[in-house]
Design a protein around this ligand. Sequence first.
Ligand code: BJ8
Length: 424
Amino acid sequence: MTTDNREMWRELGIDLKQHDLLMNALPPVYKEMYLSQKNRPKGMEFFDFVVGDIHGIRVRELRQHAKDGGKVVATYCVFVPDEIILAAGAVPVGLCAGTSFSISVAEQVLPRNTCDLIKSSFGFKLGRTCPYVQASHLIVGETTCDGKKKMFEILSEYQPVHVMEVPNKKNRVSRELWLSEMVAFKGIVEKLTGNKITEEKLAQAIKLVNGKRRALQRLYHARKASPPPISGKDALLVTQVSFYDDVARDTQQINALCDELEKRIANKEGVFSPRAPRILVSGCPMAIPNWKLHHLLETSGAAVVCEESCIGTRAFSDLVAEDKRTMDDQLEAIADRYMQIHCACFTPNAERIEDIMRLAKEYKVDGVVHYNLLFCHTYATEAVSVAKTLEKEGIPLLRLETDYGDDSGQLRTRIDAFLEMIRE
Ligand code: BJ8
């Protein structure tokens, strides 16, 4: 931890005492969960470095961007279009949080029966322990689940917030609404930055973000191999980092990692035995540093080969069409692409169940673990349909409901029993 970092955090209004506690808590957890893994790809060194300096270099880059007159836009959902933010010369940064550290602070304001993703994210703002939120000029919320949209109302008392209205249905009227949200958002970002979004700038941003999505698609494709060339835990980390690192650099690093993984596949080199049960994790997003479930599964002998999640396939499976030339067509293409995200906030949402079935086959999984954050009603209720369909198809399912607390003992017992059943 450099003196420079402390000075920067102080300037950002960080509560240094609490922040020190947080920064001291992360390294031992990372060492136990990540650095203890055997035969990790060399390409993970970059991501280890990023996590090792999680509140340092990247925050410094954002500060420099601000000093040069640029803006930073914080987001909490994959529905917020990074392309529009980037086209205006601003930098998007995903802020969903995955630690119990900030929850007690959040519970001084939010109802306790709110999901931990919301409480953790909000608690970082309230407790002033996240330099990313402190460094951002605008927070973009969305009307997905009730907990989030009401939290954004309170958040707006602390920092400027713009909320995008995400429709609940997937029909023509909803698409019109969503398109109008894109147009409005373009205006908001132009006003914030003072920069006009041109067709050329938007086309460049679409290509840039698609490039990252393609790199993540390549990473996930590599995980279809048997034995898998990378652990699920490492792949999850790569996806988590992609929410806040510089897009071009991150894309390059993911592609470099994929070069290595493809060589591993050619040499039949993997990180687990080919007999390890292959697991698809589906459900709520796992924001950094939420690694609990993957750690438990993989230290119990399973290989997590895919995540049907917003920190997973929902973030990168679809691309924005790159062949549109007019602003109207480009905005339509962006709106269309984002409407393909099959979040449980939609009704009906049969496409998500179809995705789970397709992924289960493509990744040749032996079982699905449905991951539900406690108090996330949309995913918990949708799990009923997921269970029915998987049962019909004869695919074993384990439904877990958990939070950011330490219930590892109970979870481990259930996971072990599930893996035992799969192996029989
Ligand atoms: S598109 S999944 S990122 S809303 S887990 S806060 S839903 S109560 S995160 Fe999400 Fe966008 Fe949907 Fe994806 Fe609410 Fe559930 Fe908490 Fe959630």
